[in-house]
Design a protein around this ligand. Structure first.
Ligand code: DAH
Length: 340
């Protein structure tokens, strides 16, 4: 019986090592170790052995079973790896190729700047409001102290939808809409970013562009508050060293009015090509809210005052990122947009 067992051990090993596929290996396993396998059959004859022989043969049989089990495992692993390799080869997969890169989009420079503007003003306690892009003549002009035939309407070359409906030429109508909602509540403290439209098209003008309006109405709001607020904004937007300059100007909805320049961020105010050697770059219009605008909204202009401003977001983006043609912002050229 011992010889029989040793013979099984050798022939099984040879068979297992010679197997060329997992299926073949499985068959060999059944042949030797299965219920009707050769090893099992030999062991069935153990009953005939003497009491001394039985444990010795039993132990040998166990050793052989373990040994064969191990050889079988190793061979099975090797064959599985080989099978996988062959499958990959057949499928033409090169597992050494680098992974495919995901094409991530980026945020549009105008959106980036708008987000930053919102951040700065919400930190100062402003809330963000919105108004319609297709606007009534009434809100776009009349409520801003620009009655029909007012010469200042000429400042804004308007797209008319009908006689009374326009594409808003600025974000200022949101001032009137918000005050209508809030009056007589105080304070009003909002910014209103959004798209605006004018019949303009060149390197520094696009027929669609972006503005952000700012409005504060409360008791004791002064021109100094306007200046301080805009200075703080500019410092946060362009850097602590930035300063502003206010120039007297005219807007029908503010009195007095001022245009605001920021110290040139390209030459730190020394004078360069981009600021036309002046050291200053214009960024917004502003002023103290005209008493008539307050009255039309239902505020008592004897008791409350306010300031307002309107700035071009696209221009701020151009300054911040050194973009010299506004049209680049709206052509959607991926090579341009990818840089932000
Ligand atoms: N709406 C003006 C424009 O688009 C900008 C402006 C000027 C807005 C003065 C204001 C302001 O709120 O007070 O040209």
């Amino acid at each position: 019986m011992r010889d029989q067992l040793n013979e099984i051990r050798e022939s099984a090993k040879l068979a297992i090592e010679g197997a060329t596929s997992l299926e073949e290996l499985k068959e060999i396993q059944v042949q030797y170790l299965g219920k009707k396998g050769k090893l099992t059959q030999v062991l069935r004859g153990m009953g005939k052995l003497s009491a001394e022989e039985r444990p010795v043969i039993g132990q040998l049989a166990n050793v052989i079973r373990d040994e064969l089990g191990e050889v079988f495992e190793n061979s099975s692993k090797a064959l599985a790896t080989k099978a996988m390799e062959q499958k990959l080869l057949k499928e033409n997969i090169d597992v050494t190729l680098p992974g495919r890169q995901m094409n991530l989009g980026s945020i549009h420079p105008v959106t980036l700047v708008e987000k930053r503007i919102k951040e700065i003003f919400t930190q100062m306690g402003y809330t963000v409001e919105e108004g319609p892009e297709v606007e009534n003549d009434y809100y776009n002009f009349e409520r801003l102290n620009l009655p029909k035939n007012h010469p200042a309407r000429e400042m804004q070359d308007t797209f008319y939808i009908s006689e009374d409906i326009v594409l808003r030429t600025h974000t200022s109508p949101v001032q009137a809409r918000v005050m209508d909602e809030l009056a007589p509540h105080l304070p009003v403290k909002i910014i209103a970013p959004g798209r605006v439209f004018r019949r303009d098209d060149d390197a520094t003008h696009s027929p669609m562009f972006h503005q952000v309006e700012g409005l504060i109405v409360d008791e004791n709001i002064t021109f100094a508050d306007l200046r301080g607020t805009l200075l703080e904004f500019v410092k946060q937007m362009f850097g602590e060293d930035s300063s502003i300059r206010l120039r007297p100007s005219y807007f029908p909805f503010t009195e007095p009015s001022a245009e605001v320049d920021v110290s040139c961020i390209f030459c730190d105010g020394k004078g360069c090509r981009l600021c036309k050697q002046t050291g200053w770059i214009e960024i917004l219009g502003s002023g103290m809210v005209h008493p008539r605008v307050l009255e039309m909204a239902g505020y008592d202009s004897e008791k409350v005052t306010g300031f307002a401003f309107g700035m071009g977001i696209d221009r701020i983006a151009m300054l911040k990122y050194g973009i010299d043609d506004m049209r680049l912002l709206f052509e959607n050229d991926i090579r341009f947009l990818k840089q932000f």
